[in-house]
Design a protein around this ligand. Structure first.
Ligand code: NAD
Length: 463
């Protein structure tokens, strides 16, 4: 048995189950109070949150503010603003044969749910699903990533201070704790992390017949054609490799560039690089470091592969293995068989592969697993339409990367091996809700259709 402070996992889950059965978490006032408390927690402890991530993961504080604090606050505010309307039963029409009756969909909470966070945004990936789960009226167990222990401890300490202790628990620990948790029955499991562990979670959930949301990763492509605005394209592509050092599930993993666009893009990338890093190269203290040596070594093996396969180094290439740092780096003319094209990069490297045209790019993308996001940089309306029509992906973004994550009105999630299910905003509320069908039929016998009731007479049998 794993000890969670004073209570074991079983005792914790049982306590939350008791709370859920009491019905208190279903009430609007309770949900609103939890969300308000979370917002206060974020506002009153911003420095502590920032410190916990910035020092541990070597992230610039501005980045923590942008990618963690602000997005969490935005999602709380969105839930607070819309909660009443989300909770309202949704009336639906019925058929004439059911006259007179009324029907509606009542969104009720699922019960006790389990949320696994990942290290790359150790606050956001725990707290945004928590917002959605609380807004939907659930009791929640949160298991932050063990790879960001400071952030995990801060999340635990502060949630313990602000939220209703009867309705949630933060259980810290590594894979051993995760495995223990997975032996218990939950009403939903929400997991963010790698595809490999996603499969473990899915298998464990199947044993308990527990529904899952799996927020996984994969190789998200960017297609760039000759009609693109090269200046903004280059800035935005580089931004995606700069921010969190590309350790983002929806970073553009590789770029497919039409042959005509290759040279203008190269010039624009060099310009953007010099604008971003005026001293000539990225500085170690201006960019996030990589999470650990194993991850650094995996990326260095890609970076140090033979140039003939890896491609020409156009930008960056500097690194410091000791401090797990690699500069934003771009390779040109990478071969599809290069190491860097075999798995999700999840780092600051960007391989660029030339293609003849959009059709070749679409073929390349469709030959591979469905990506979590797909990006197109173009001003050609018909190319944009064809791309968004053809690519099966969690999201299509035109002329930028990553931004869709921060838009609460857009559902966020993958398809195929990039994930199952959606969250953020109303989608998150629905993920953590059971849409219960409700039908109210008049009690008066006059409205009974005689034909459906026995006995089956000869006349009825002929109909
Ligand atoms: P991680 O190592 O932090 O693991 C994620 C969670 O899985 C943690 O809570 C961890 O404790 C748990 N875990 C690890 N091993 C386990 C096991 N054997 N059994 C059960 N649980 C276990 O994160 P990671 O996996 O390195 O994350 C990187 C991956 O996550 C990348 O593929 C990335 O694309 C993906 N990701 C996806 C999203 C998204 O929103 N779709 C966001 C961030 C990261």
């Amino acid at each position: 048995m794993v000890d969670n402070g004073t209570l074991s996992i079983d005792e914790t889950v049982n306590k939350l189950r008791g709370t859920f059965k009491s019905q208190k978490t279903k009430r609007y006032e309770w949900r609103k109070a939890q969300l308000q408390a979370m917002l206060r927690m974020m506002q009153e402890n911003e420095d502590e949150f920032k410190e916990s991530v910035a020092t541990e993961l070597w992230k610039p504080k501005l980045e923590v503010k942008m990618t963690e604090i602000s997005t969490i606050e935005k999602s709380i505010k969105c839930a607070l603003k819309n909660l009443k309307s989300w909770m309202k039963p949704v009336p639906v029409s019925t058929e004439i044969t059911h006259f007179p009756s009324t029907a509606k969909i009542i969104n009720e909470p699922l019960g006790v749910v389990l949320v696994f966070g990942a290290w790359n945004f150790p606050l956001n990936l725990c707290l945004v699903p928590l917002v959605d789960a609380l807004a939907a009226g659930n009791c929640v167990v949160v298991k932050p990533s063990e790879l960001a222990p400071k952030a995990s401890a801060t999340v635990k300490k502060l949630l313990d201070m602000y939220l209703d202790p009867e309705a949630f628990a933060v259980i810290e620990g590594g894979a051993d704790v995760a495995e223990e948790l997975l032996k218990r029955k939950f009403d939903h499991i929400f997991y963010t992390g790698s595809e490999r562990v996603g499969r473990i979670i899915y298998e464990a959930a199947a044993k308990q017949l527990t529904p899952v949301t799996l927020e996984l990763g994969g190789k998200s492509p960017a297609f760039i054609d000759e009609s693109a605005n090269f200046e903004t394209t280059a800035r935005r592509l580089l931004f995606g490799k700069h921010i969190n050092s590309g350790q983002i599930c929806i970073a553009a993993d590789y770029a497919l560039v039409t042959k005509e666009a290759m040279e203008p893009l190269r010039a624009a990338l060099l310009d953007a690089y010099h604008q971003f890093y005026p001293k000539g190269e990225a500085a170690k203290d201006e960019t996030t470091h990589l999470v650990h040596q194993r991850h650094t070594d995996r990326l260095l093996a890609m970076l140090n592969e033979d140039e003939k396969v890896r491609g020409e180094l156009v930008i960056g290439g500097q690194y410091d293995r000791e401090s797990n740092w690699i500069a934003p780096t771009v390779f040109y003319n990478t071969k599809p068989e290069a190491k860097i094209m075999q798995e999700e990069i999840f780092g600051p490297l960007l391989p660029v592969l030339p293609v003849e045209d959009l059709d070749e790019a679409l073929q390349f993308i469709s030959d591979r697993p469905h990506p979590l996001a797909a990006y197109i940089f173009s001003t050609n309306r018909s190319a944009i339409d064809s791309f968004s029509f053809a690519v099966s992906t969690g999201a299509v973004v035109v002329n930028h990367v990553i931004l869709h994550f921060s838009i609460e009105t857009l559902p966020f999630g993958g398809v195929g091996s990039s994930g199952i299910g959606r969250y953020h905003g109303k989608s998150g509320f629905e993920t953590f809700s059971n849409g219960k069908a409700f039908l109210h039929k008049s009690a008066r016998k006059v409205f009974d259709l005689d034909i459906v009731y026995p006995p089956v007479t000869e006349r009825k049998a002929k109909i």
